[in-house]
Design a protein around this ligand. Structure first.
Ligand code: ADP
Ligand code: MG
Length: 339
């Protein structure tokens, strides 16, 4: 009979981290979400070698109080949830208190952070879950987190990372989505010392779309603004002629969170029925605002999938929102051709 024992902390930390941190892009996602939750209006993401060697996220958010700075790296340490009831209505992007602990378990981490109320900021260094250094430091308001050498202590994971360029593209794709979901935030991505994009943060989705996907894409978008079943659907959806070969240009954000959702994708496609060639796919960037208790984000550690309390209500809201945008466009085109 094999003996049962509780795993040592460094092993259980690595196992838990594995659920949240799969590649550099997962780190970037978690860190930008923290910056957004901290109320940042300017976020800069720098990566080198696809983020495998180096990631740095700088924000002008609220910062962390000196006495909390080391605590932030403990597993299940969070300022966003206090009791079980809070889990029913999550209004922040983070809530599990796992990201910083997971990142610190599998990489070398340095953080500089300062709140508005403090004269000096705090510097924290932590590697493989081991706290190395905590001291006062002069730094601007907000937080800067630097991550080096992801999976330096998990060779099995390191082996599964792809080439720098592939990992870098995965990072860029996450930063794209986050920038699109928060056009009020100015997001800058720097890849190997070159600025990849820089959104203006003027609160206009079209500006972010133009910056990230370019002029042709932006010019082929139709405005969406619709409300049904207490769900508000806003954003942009492509003209029927602007069809794509696959679903990669369909983006959905639920209450400010980038979400993978089949329901919304199918609903949007249905909205084009009769207007788009079969076998082609629409492009869209749609934001759904719904009561926090109507969507469960606590489904997966990476928080990319969600569960809707009323799936049909969500489907209908997206379907009718897209359908009416496409129909309005059709009417406009017919009027123009008639003149
Ligand atoms: P969660 O986001 O789920 O709360 P994290 O491990 O990502 O858990 O972060 C732990 C805590 O550290 C957060 O709840 C927040 O209080 C603080 N924190 C993390 N990143 C930042 C940041 N960029 N600015 C301010 N506070 C932060
Ligand atoms: Mg977080």
């Amino acid at each position: 009979m094999p003996q049962i024992h509780v795993l040592p902390k460094e092993v259980s930390e690595l196992i838990a981290a594995g659920e949240v941190i799969e590649r550099p892009a997962s780190i970037v996602k978690e860190l930008i979400e923290n910056s957004i939750d901290a109320g940042a209006t300017i976020i800069t993401v720098e990566i080198q070698h696809g983020g495998i060697r180096f990631i740095r996220i700088t924000d002008n958010g609220c910062g962390i109080h000196p006495s909390d700075a080391p605590t932030a790296f403990l597993r299940h340490a969070t300022s966003k949830v206090k009791n079980a009831r809070d889990l029913d209505e999550i209004g922040t992007l983070g809530f599990r208190g796992e990201a910083l602990a997971s990142i610190a378990a599998v990489a070398r981490v340095e953080m500089m952070t300062k709140t508005a109320g403090e004269e000096l900021g705090t510097y924290v260094k932590i590697e493989g879950s081991e706290l190395q250094e905590v001291r006062e430091t002069g730094c601007p308001l907000g937080s800067t987190i630097t991550i080096r050498d992801i999976f330096y202590n998990v060779p099995a994971r390191l082996k599964f990372l792809k080439k720098d360029v592939t990992e870098g593209n995965a990072v860029a794709s996450i930063v794209d989505k986050i920038a699109l979901s928060h056009p009020e935030i100015s997001v800058k991505l720097i890849r190997d010392n070159k600025v990849a994009f820089h959104t203006p943060g003027d609160s206009k989705l079209i500006s972010a779309v133009y910056t990230i996907f370019g002029r042709e894409f932006a010019q082929n978008m139709l405005p969406v603004d619709y409300e049904l079943n207490g769900i508000k659907v806003t954003g942009l959806t492509g003209k029927p002629m602007f069809h794509r070969a696959n679903r990669s240009m369909q983006h959905f954000f639920i209450n400010g969170r980038y979400t993978k959702t089949r329901t919304c994708g199918i609903a949007a496609e249905e909205g084009y029925r009769g207007a788009m060639m079969v076998g082609k796919f629409p492009a869209c960037v749609l934001e759904l605002q719904m009561p926090f208790d109507q969507v469960d984000v606590n489904v997966h550690p990476a928080k990319i999938e969600v569960r809707f309390v009323n799936e049909k209500a969500v489907f209908d809201a997206v379907y009718f929102a897209v359908k009416s945008a496409v129909a309005d466009h059709g009417t406009l085109v017919r009027k123009e051709t008639a003149v």
